[in-house]
Design a binder for this molecule. Structure first.
Ligand code: PMV
Length: 308
């Protein structure tokens, strides 16, 4: 039996603008993860058991665009595995789906690693990352590649689409509270909405994306130097720009406002938006209180995590 894990992730700064070549910052969230087990089986075929998405089926009965089937088919093609082995694959994930915590990328990475190790087809992190990016493209249209990168390397990253990965050096660890609106929101839709805005007025939106890029660069410096007040303020400005892009929502704005009022140094939505999660930068001693206020304000779930 082979088992593999991959963490969730949060985008700290720069979502959406990152699709248009601006930098973004993201970090792994190890409190949630995807967990994949692959074992040999006596039954014919490749059986997938993914209780979180109510799936129990043989690979060949799944449509080819099924996200799990596409990972397995693409892997078997890449590794030239023929005939198909008899396998039982169990997939569990504690990462909520369509909530901006990278559940799709984490399942892809954990599943690819488990298959690569079980079927003795060695893959480097770079190869896993490139493979996961191809899978993200099938399901998300025009992804930047940030999700698969953070999840594969499980380290904070400063990311620019198409450029070599820069692992982020965080000068001093800091604490974040993540709050889930409970509203599921497919990233593909919010990315598509921003694309429509951009297509209608490229000059205006390129300027907005430039502003986001400037914030991301300042945030990287503030993380290195441990200037938390500055970092929190930059989060607030980034949230405003995301509101402008129409990817916030009343639920996200409510949780962001509550976090700021109850001791966060700054807060913003994280990921695709229109639902999903928000993040707040907090002094460690305030983390429980902010998480409690978010729950009272309707957050379905909260996670306290350290970026280090
Ligand atoms: O919703 P998430 O966490 O998968 O975030 C996607 C981030 C975007 O910038 C909106 C899209 C992308 O591909 O980078």
């Amino acid at each position: 039996m082979t088992r593999s894990f991959a963490p969730g992730k949060v985008i700290l700064f720069g979502e959406h603008a990152v699709v248009y070549g601006r930098p973004a910052l993201a970090a792994p969230v190890t409190q949630v993860h995807a967990d994949v087990e692959v074992r040999d089986s006596d039954h014919t075929g490749i059986w997938i058991d993914a209780p979180d998405v109510n799936l129990r089926a043989e690979l060949n009965t799944l449509p080819s665009d099924d996200p799990l089937a596409s990972v397995i088919h693409n892997f078997l093609f890449l590794a030239r595995v023929s005939p198909f082995p008899k396998l039982k694959i169990k997939i569990n994930s504690t990462i909520p789906v369509a909530s901006g915590l990278g559940s799709g990328a984490a399942v892809t990475v954990a599943l690819t690693r488990a298959l690569s190790s079980h079927l003795h087809f060695a893959m480097s992190d770079e190869e896993i990352n490139a493979f996961a990016y191809e899978i993200e493209k099938i399901h998300h249209g025009t992804p930047s590649g940030i999700d698969n990168t953070v999840v594969t390397y499980a380290k904070p990253v400063y990311f620019i689409k198409g450029q070599p990965i820069e692992i982020l050096k965080v000068g001093h660890p800091f604490t974040m509270v993540i709050g889930d609106t409970g509203v599921s929101a497919p990233t593909k839709e919010s990315v598509g909405a921003v694309r429509k805005l951009w297509e209608a007025d490229r000059v205006k939106w390129e300027r907005v994306f430039d502003e986001v890029g400037g914030i991301v660069r300042q945030a990287r410096r503030a993380m290195k130097s441990g200037e938390w007040e500055l970092l929190g303020g930059l989060m607030n400005v980034n949230h405003e720009l995301l509101q402008k892009m129409t990817v916030s929502s009343p639920e996200l704005d409510e949780l962001v406002g509550v976090a700021r009022k109850t001791g966060a140094l700054g807060a913003k939505l994280s990921g695709g938006g229109r639902g999903g999660n928000m993040i707040a930068l907090v002094p460690l001693e305030m983390a429980e209180a902010v998480a409690g206020s978010l729950k009272e304000a309707g957050a379905k779930n909260t996670i306290i995590t350290q970026v280090s």
